[in-house]
Design a binder for this molecule. Sequence first.
Ligand SMILES: Cc1cc2nc3c(=O)[nH]c(=O)nc-3n(C[C@H](O)[C@H](O)[C@H](O)COP(=O)(O)OP(=O)(O)OC[C@H]3O[C@@H](n4cnc5c(N)ncnc54)[C@H](O)[C@@H]3O)c2cc1C
Length: 379
Amino acid sequence: MIRRVVLAGAGHAHAHVLKAWASAPVAGVELVVVSPYALAPYSGMVPSWLSGTYRFEDIVIDFPRLCEQAGARWIKAEVAGLDPQHQTLILSNGACLQYDYLSLNVGSTLVPPSGAFRAQILPMRPLADLHDRYEALLLQWRLDAGDQPLRVAAVGGGAAGFESLLAVLRRLRLERPDRVVHGALMTRSQTILPGYPPGAQRAALRCLREAGVDLQLGTAWCDSIGDCSDWVLWATGAQPHAWQRDPVLMGGLTVSEQGFVQVDSHLQSVSHPNVFASGDCAQWVSPLPKAGVYAVRMGMVLAHNLQAALTDQPLKAYEPQSEFLSLLATADGKAIASRGRWSLSGRWAFWLKDYIDQEFIRRFSSLQLPSAQAQGNIR
Ligand SMILES: Cc1cc2nc3c(=O)[nH]c(=O)nc-3n(C[C@H](O)[C@H](O)[C@H](O)COP(=O)(O)OP(=O)(O)OC[C@H]3O[C@@H](n4cnc5c(N)ncnc54)[C@H](O)[C@@H]3O)c2cc1C
C-alpha cells in the first residue's frame, strides 16, 4: 500500500527535505507539498531585495520545480486546519488531504494594528505577501505628484525592523532623488537589536544616524504613530497563523500558549508523533528565536527523521546552534557581522553575506544565478 507524506508550507526546512528526497526517495511513499505560493523567498536576502540590490526572482526558491526534481506532487493551496485523529489536512478550498505523516513548516505571521490610520501599514511577514504589497507601494511612490516629505516609520527594533527600514529608505531615495524621505524607528525595548553584542548595536546606531533615522527607544505602538506617518513597516515579534491559534481547527494537536506547534527534540509533535513541525511555526523543547537559520538547520534533521520514521530507523535529535554568524545588510553595500560577543562591519561583510546567500539559493535551483556583484548592482 502506498503511504503518503504531506509537507505543509514551502518553508526553508521543506526545501531541505525535497532536496534530500530527490537523491534518496523512499519506495512506496507519495510525497505531497501544499503551499499557497510557488516561489518561496529566502529570508536572509529579503532586505537586499527591498533595497533593490536583488530582483525578487533572485531570492526565491521555485518549489514546483524542486518538487519535480524530487518526484513530489505540488498542490497550490492553503492549509486551514487539521484533524490529527483522522490524519487529515483541511485546505482553505474545502478539500481534505489524508496523510500517513504530516510535516508543518508554514512560517509565522504578524498581526498589524487595525484602524483608520493615515499610514499604509506594510507587515514584514508573511514574506510571500510582502512582495505584492511592497511593489504596489513603490508604484504609488513613483507616480506620486506631491512635494511633501514622505514619512516612513518602522515598528520593531530587531533585525527585521532595522534591516528593512534601512533597505526601504535606500530604495525610496534612489527611486525619487527629487523627494525628501524621513525615517523613524520605534521599539519598545531600550536598545536596538536586543540580544546582539554591544559592538553590533553601536554599528547599527551609526547606520541609523547616517541614514537620518529618528530612533525612538522605549516607545510602544500607539495610533498617533499611524497618523503621523505615511508608511509603517510592521516588524514586531512573529506570531502563529490564526488557524494555529484555534484549538478546533488544530483538532487537539498540542500547541504552546501562543499557538506554536509543540515539538520534542526530534521535531515530532508532543501529542501526535506522526506530525512533525519545524521553523517559525514550531515551538521546540525550549523557545527559540524566530529566525531562518534555525529553520534551515531543522530542515537537515527533519529530512533524516521523516525518512527514518518511514523506514523504522532511529530518529535524530535536533540541537540548536548555540552561536551562529549573523550578517545584517545595512543597504549601503556593507553589513554588520556578529557571532557571540564578537562583531565587525564593513563592505567585506556584505560580500560574505552575498556569497553565502547566493550559495544557499543555488543549492535549491538548477538555474545558474549571476551574483549581484558580477552584475555590478551592489550599491
Ligand atoms: C524582513 C525580514 C528579514 C529577515 N531576515 C532574516 C535573516 O537575515 N536571517 C534569519 O535567520 N532570519 C531572518 N528573518 C526571519 C525569517 O524570515 C524567518 O524566521 C524564516 O523565514 C522562517 O522560516 P520558515 O521555514 O519557518 O518559514 P517561511 O520561510 O516563512 O516559510 C513558510 C512557508 O509556508 C507557507 N504557508 C504559510 N501559510 C500557509 C498555510 N496556511 N498553508 C500552507 N502553506 C503556508 C508560506 O507561503 C511559505 O512558503 C527575517 C524576517 C523578516 C520579516
